[in-house]
Unconditional design. Structure first.
Length: 459
């Protein structure tokens, strides 16, 4: 067939066929390798659980799944955190297209409070030796811990109705996760109701976790062959020997982690407020206003991701307003002291969640309050000094000023004298000789009325 084509065209067709064959062969070799091997993604949940943690785990999970991960190891070491962020993480685990293996590690790590819920939600729950979990009693916003539920329905409930609602909701939530993963639901309820804890060996004996593994290599080997339920379908895990690819937080997750730190968000908010105030008092400087606006916007963005007490925020705004009012219209401390008190109380209330790591550092609040008190004291000192200071301009300055006559003056007549080193036209009611020391008794435009410092001597 090629013999009927021109030589140049036949050569092109031959080269194209060879290249197509090489491409198909390479593709055929690559497809089985990718589908049969793959990798396991590792995502680390370290520290307090908050908005930045939830965002990082969601983004890393999506990248791992799109990259072809066969499973995800969620390594847990947390003291707990915010309920909203915990629910977001658990929702992502339940909706995951690949199995999620919760692994409390390394030795000495813990899955406390919200970490216990997350571990229960994972398709496989594992722990390293010398780790523990539990203490899952929820903490209500505002720092109030719900009272333990009554042992019997006949007992009179202790604590408020709202606290019992929170407690019962948490118990039902963790029991539903335990039933979904076929783990010990009764102990899960005890962890919420009575803040019970277990070591790794105790958790395995009570069927709270599925296995104990010293490292991730052993973990993948031990879970291979297990059947788990992933989105209503049974999946058999075959993960032994697969490489582990760690997904570290990207720049956005790290940035959110910094600004959503309550103390950092608090400092950004104050820097923004005072920067804008400084620009308002000194228009045209620009950099305080620009910097303040940026800090204020970032601080507000961080606060909208955190459980903010808006009464505390309003008290802070009132405190700043009273301090500014004290500077503009001094009231000898009445407005300023009220402003400092309102500011300190508002700062303490702002993020008082009762969750470790999610309240403003009291040392920072104390330092800023001390600076406000020093500023208030400085303002009051300047006000008092201004009240005691001598007048240095206007008619008031000339009254009682002293001078010396340069020429003799007759009663009712005018002459010249030096006052404050300047030549002034003066008038006297009595005769005064040249060189007499005089005192200004009143001023009439550029004319000074004078009297002798001491009565003139009589013959």
């Amino acid at each position: 067939m090629l013999s009927h084509l021109p030589n140049w065209l036949a050569r092109i067709v031959c080269i194209a066929l060879v290249l197509a064959g090489v491409t198909l062969t390479a593709t055929a070799k690559q497809v089985p390798t990718a589908s049969s091997h793959g990798f396991v993604a590792q995502i680390d949940l370290d520290g307090t659980i908050g908005p930045a943690t939830a965002q990082y785990i969601h983004d890393a999970s999506q990248r791992a799944i799109h990259g072809g991960a066969r499973a995800i190891i969620l390594r847990i070491d947390t003291p707990g955190g915010l309920s909203k962020s915990m629910h977001q993480i658990i929702a992502g685990i339940l909706a995951s297209k690949v199995p999620v293996i919760g692994y409390v590690a390394p030795s000495g790590a813990r899955a406390a409070s919200a970490g216990t819920y997350i571990l229960y939600a994972c398709h496989v729950a594992a722990m390293a030796p010398a780790t523990h979990l539990g203490a899952a009693t929820p903490v209500a916003l505002g720092g109030h811990t719900p009272m333990p539920a009554p042992a019997s329905s006949l007992e009179k409930p202790r604590g408020g109705a709202e606290q019992h609602k929170i407690l019962n909701d948490a118990i039902a939530y963790i029991r539903s996760l335990a039933q979904l993963r076929r783990r010990n639901a009764d102990w899960a309820a005890k962890a919420v109701r009575g803040a019970a804890t277990l070591t790794a060996r105790e958790a395995l004996a009570r069927h709270v976790v599925d296995l104990i593994a010293p490292d991730t290599t052993s973990l993948l080997k031990d879970v291979s062959g297990r059947r788990v339920l992933v989105q209503h379908r049974q999946v058999t895990l075959q993960l032994a020997g697969l490489p582990i690819r760690r997904y570290a937080p990207d720049w956005r997750a790290r940035f959110l982690g910094v600004i959503t730190n309550p103390t950092i968000a608090y400092i950004l908010l104050l820097a923004g407020i005072w920067g804008i105030i400084l620009e308002a008092f000194h228009p045209g400087i620009l950099w305080p206003g620009i910097t303040g606006a940026i800090c204020l916007l970032i601080g507000l963005y961080a606060l909208q991701m955190l459980p903010v007490n808006y009464v505390g925020l309003a008290l802070m705004a009132l405190g700043v307003g009273l301090l500014i009012a004290e500077v503009l219209a001094p009231t000898f401390g009445a407005l300023g002291i009220g402003g400092v008190i309102a500011f300190v109380i508002g700062s303490i209330m702002l993020l008082d969640t009762g969750v470790p790591g999610y309240s403003v550092n009291l040392g920072i609040i104390g330092g800023i309050a001390f600076c406000a008190i020093v500023l208030l004291g400085l303002v009051l000192w300047l006000v008092m000094r201004a009240r005691r200071a001598h007048v240095v301009s206007g008619d008031q300055l000339m009254l009682d000023a002293t001078g010396e006559l340069l020429e003799a003056v007759h009663a009712g007549g005018q002459s010249w004298a030096t006052v404050y080193g300047e030549r002034w036209r003066v008038r006297s009611d009595i005769d005064l000789p040249v060189g007499t020391r005089v005192r200004v008794i009143r001023r009439q435009g550029l004319l000074l009325w004078v009297a002798p410092l001491s009565p003139p001597a009589h013959d």
